[in-house]
Design a binder for this molecule. Structure first.
Ligand code: IPE
Ligand code: IPE
Ligand code: MG
Length: 266
């Protein structure tokens, strides 16, 4: 049967429910942000890069509040990539201590606002003190339901896929599953943000057009929004602008525009 002779009901029958919902979605369930440009923001004012990172924390607060008020379910923020260890030691250690301070200082407010904190990434490379603080913060907010805030720290999209593959390999090796059972779903279940919606919208500030090894698998069909704005300047209006861009896009998921129009009208 050709697409053109497909009736509306035929179309709905061949589509998984999940896809029909995704097509009609105007507010993204999951927003992921590459918070870039802190260093340049500070340097433009003749200040050390760390000043930009500190100003970036304020922008994080604003993004969390925007996501909550717009009804976003998950917000994933790229705070430190697996490649950021290549930076000068001094900047890395400043970032680590800032991470510890922010985690300690902000947790009460996050908890009060119903935010569940989830750190994604290989935390084993962090100091014992920081690792303990991460566990405490996650436990304290574990029951919260308003927003999931995933902080990607020592995170890499390739690392995430690799660690999921390794878990499956261990299962196969120990006879708990067969290699035929290694499916997309099975791998998906082992990824860091399993159980949350896939990334609908990925934003990058700072004027570069790349993904820098951020969420790869989960952003396979994300809408991408790039802005010249440097992260410390990112505010509620900028967040709303990105959402408006998202809702004006036609997400096709491999279908034709005509099929999408039909689904949207149903
Ligand atoms: C993003 O800002 C924050 C981190 C990577 C930790 P940058 O520090 O990359 O800022 P620019 O890109 O150098 O301006
Ligand atoms: C991406 O920014 C990582 C974070 C925002 C934490 P980078 O500044 O590290 O990215 P590249 O190196 O310019 O690609
Ligand atoms: Mg950068």
């Amino acid at each position: 049967m050709s697409i053109d002779s497909q009736s509306d009901t035929d179309l709905l029958e061949i589509l998984p429910d999940k896809l029909a919902v995704l097509v009609k979605q105007s507010i993204p369930k999951h927003v992921a942000i590459i918070m870039d440009g802190n260093g340049r923001w500070a340097q433009a004012q003749g200040k050390p890069r760390v000043v930009g990172h500190k100003a970036g924390v304020k922008a994080v607060r604003r993004a969390v509040s925007s996501a909550r008020s717009l009804g976003v379910e998950s917000l994933t923020l790229f705070a430190f990539s697996s490649e950021n260890w290549r930076r000068p030691d001094k900047e890395v250690s400043l970032l680590m201590s800032l991470f510890f301070t922010v985690l300690t200082r902000e947790i009460k407010l996050l908890d009060k606002n119903g935010v569940r904190l989830n750190i994604i990434g290989d935390t084993s490379r962090f100091s014992t003190r920081l690792q303990k603080q991460i566990v405490t913060a996650q436990e304290q907010t574990a029951g919260n339901k308003d927003l999931v805030l995933n902080i990607a720290a020592n995170y890499g999209g390739r690392w995430d896929i690799m660690q999921a593959a390794k878990k499956l390999a261990v299962k196969v090796e120990s006879g708990l599953m067969s290699s035929e059972e290694v499916t997309e779903e099975a791998l998906n279940e082992q990824l860091c943000m399993h159980g949350q919606a896939e990334v609908d919208l990925m934003i990058r500030t700072g004027g570069d057009y790349r993904i820098s090894n951020f969420v790869l698998w989960q952003a396979a069909y994300a809408e991408l929004v790039f802005t010249e704005m440097l992260w410390p300047d990112f505010d509620e209006d900028a967040f709303k602008d990105a959402i408006v861009k998202f809702s004006s896009r036609q997400r096709r998921f491999g279908l034709t525009g005509t099929q999408i129009d039909t689904i949207s009208a149903l």
